[in-house]
Write a protein that binds this ligand. Sequence first.
Ligand code: AMP
Length: 190
Amino acid sequence: MSKIIFFGPPGAGKGTQAKIISEYLKIPHLSTGDILRKKLLDKDNLAIELKKVMSSGNLVSDDILNSIVSSRLQNEQSSGFILDGYPRTLKQSEFLNNFLSNTSYSINFIFNIQIDFNTLKHRILLRSSEENRDDDNIDVIETRYNEYLNSTQQVSDFYKNKFKEIFHEIDGSLQIEEITKKIKQILKKS
Ligand code: AMP
């Protein structure tokens, strides 16, 4: 069963593609952003803390993310999964590697969706009016993009070097359908 990671800066379209591909392969889509946004609805102390961090565009702590992901992966690993938005730091990637080696499962595909800052700024602003997310505004976009450059790009570079044969660069400036087509072609070839 396929185990897939999607990387890319905020606004690159990884969430959209992860959802389409999860329906196509009939495997769960684990979006850590979606899981965290759901937790905000609890309105408890954790939700208040998460809201502060997320609405400023910073990353939530590795401990919180690792515990969310490991409990979800315990249930999903046998049927395959798509990770969207995780791992985002080297600590999270170490945790995932340990988790996978303990279960002797491995990742089959990694898609890195690339896009330039101006295009994604435009996209995120459009999404903010459609989805009403309070971390999609011009002040926060830069923080989120910098978090990506400072933390997550190191993680994708690590995977790119370590798992060359399963790491695929995708041009995120293409239309949604074209990107999906390219991803499906790669999935079919392997
Ligand atoms: P996303 O929907 O993936 O853009 O995530 C929205 C926000 O949730 C991010 O800006 C972070 O504040 C938080 N978040 C999501 N995934 C992670 C992660 N793996 N590590 C830390 N924070 C995360």
